[in-house]
Design a protein around this ligand. Structure first.
Ligand code: DGP
Length: 112
């Protein structure tokens, strides 16, 4: 499959790994929008949040279980933001489900 994040998970494309287990891979965004900008992805290929179902939601659950661990390790005691962009109107550029973990500064109140 010609998927950038599948290649990163497989190690075919290098990345700055932050966390890994059997279901989840997390790495630093190549174009950080905040002092901490980590991408957290399922190891199974799901194109976006629109493909989450009862068959694969264990991957998403694991992602949200590890977010507090990653946030703590990254020193985000003052809070952070988790975002997933979905589809064209959501401005999703990489078609493998991913959650942006942003923090390390006071983030904007803007959501769009
Ligand atoms: P989105 O617009 O929500 O689909 O976010 C995709 C993010 O992926 C964007 O913030 C930049 C990041 N990105 C794109 N290509 C690479 C890459 O090759 N390596 C890393 N680490 N991040 C990438």
């Amino acid at each position: 499959m010609d998927c950038l994040f599948c290649k990163i998970i497989a190690g075919d494309i290098p990345s700055a790994k932050v966390y890994e287990d059997d279901k989840v891979y997390a790495f630093r965004d190549i174009n950080p929008m905040a002092p901490v900008h980590v991408l957290i992805v399922p190891k199974c290929h799901l194109a976006s949040a629109d493909e989450v179902s009862a068959d694969n939601s264990a991957y998403v659950a694991r992602i949200f279980e590890v977010i507090p661990e990653i946030a703590k390790a990254e020193g985000l005691a003052n809070g952070y933001r988790v975002i997933t962009n979905c589809g064209e109107h959501g401005c999703q550029s990489v078609k493998h489900l991913h959650f942006h973990l942003l923090g390390g500064k006071q983030l904007s109140e803007e959501m769009d």
